[in-house]
Design a protein around this ligand. Structure first.
Ligand code: TUI
Length: 307
């Protein structure tokens, strides 16, 4: 399937993998790249030299293009922004903030910049700042979210900018991809389904929680701190929401979640860990290779779009 996004990025299918903290490491990024999508290494809060190492390891596993997602709340974001240039990365996506201050450096190095946004306002700002495309991410997504749904956000962003738009949030099969295209998107970003990919290093207990999740099993914590995060309900979310209701301080809440994503992804602690996943987890039923997932989704999408 050729779209403005496959052309821009030199990939076979208009699917980009979410830059998920801890989850999007080099095995997953390389597997998605090898399957014809855009794989991403999620720099998240990793130390800069770990990100460099991840990039080098991904290069050993694939000759296809892959990118790096930079989480802008990371205090090391400045350093990571430079490392992607030094390592010759050609695509960067960003999350949880405004990447304008890195734009000149990235554009000068020929990096394609694709900010992830949750609002029309930031999408317009990013286009003016020189972004090559935009990911419009709805509140169905896992992780840090805005407040507008994908269905409402995508067409409004499409109308507001001239650069290609990639839809994200609530997409995990060919129906979602076809629907996103109907809203005017030129591609999709998929996170939750790739959490359970065979090549994903996520602990089997976390994968099982995603596979078993139903439509109503996610919860949004952190509304009171200004950093809402969607994750699967467990003891951690119950405690967090109780504390929030009682008016707990930012520090108390931060303390509760310190290292909690690592606990879930690496240790498989599904009780106290943060199980980030989108509302579409209810649709994700089995572990497959990235190639199986991508071929299945594209087959479904093409059949729907051509009928
Ligand atoms: O960034 C994401 N998803 C994420 S980041 C992340 S790590 C994290 N963990 C706990 C708390 C906070 C972050 C886990 N998942 N998606 C892209 C995204 N960006 N969603 C929403 C936004 C966003 C929100 C506000 C972008 C910009 C913004 O404000 C713009 C500004 O000017 O600061």
């Amino acid at each position: 399937m050729k779209t403005k996004i496959t052309e821009l990025l030199g990939i076979e299918y208009p699917i980009i993998q979410g830059g998920m903290a801890w989850v999007a490491e080099y095995h997953l990024a390389a597997a998605v790249a090898n399957a014809g999508g855009l794989g991403l290494i999620g720099a998240a809060s990793a130390p800069p030299e770990v990100v460099r190492d991840q990039i080098r390891k991904a290069k050993e596993l694939t000759d296809k293009p892959f990118g790096v997602n930079i989480m802008l709340l990371n205090p090391n974001a400045d350093e990571v922004a430079k490392i992607v240039v030094e390592e010759g990365i050609k695509v960067v996506t960003t999350g949880a903030g405004n990447p304008a201050k890195y734009m000149d450096m990235w554009k000068a190095a020929g990096v394609k910049v694709i900010p992830v946004v949750a609002s029309v306002g930031l999408a317009k700002l990013m286009e003016r700042a020189g972004a090559d495309a935009i990911v419009a991410e709805g509140m169905e997504s896992g992780g840090h979210i805005g407040s507008t749904t994908t269905m409402a956000l995508v067409p409004q962003v499409v109308d507001a900018v001239s650069i290609p738009v990639i839809a994200a949030g609530g997409i995990a099969d060919g129906r979602g991809i076809a629907a996103a295209m109907m809203l005017g998107a030129e591609g999709v970003q998929i996170g939750t389904r790739f959490v359970v990919a065979k090549e994903s290093i996520v602990h089997p207990a976390y994968k099982e929680k995603v596979v078993k999740a139903k439509d109503i099993d996610s919860e949004v914590t952190g509304m009171s701190t200004g950093h809402p995060v969607r994750q699967i309900r467990n003891k951690m979310t119950r405690e967090y929401l109780k504390l929030e209701k009682e008016g707990a301080s930012f520090e108390q809440l931060e303390y509760l979640t310190l290292g909690s994503l690592r606990k879930a992804v690496i240790d498989g602690d599904v009780v106290n860990g943060t199980l980030m996943a989108g509302q579409i987890a209810g649709l994700v039923k089995k572990e497959q290779t990235c190639q199986e997932m991508i071929e299945e989704m594209m087959g479904q999408a093409e059949a729907l779009l051509n009928r």
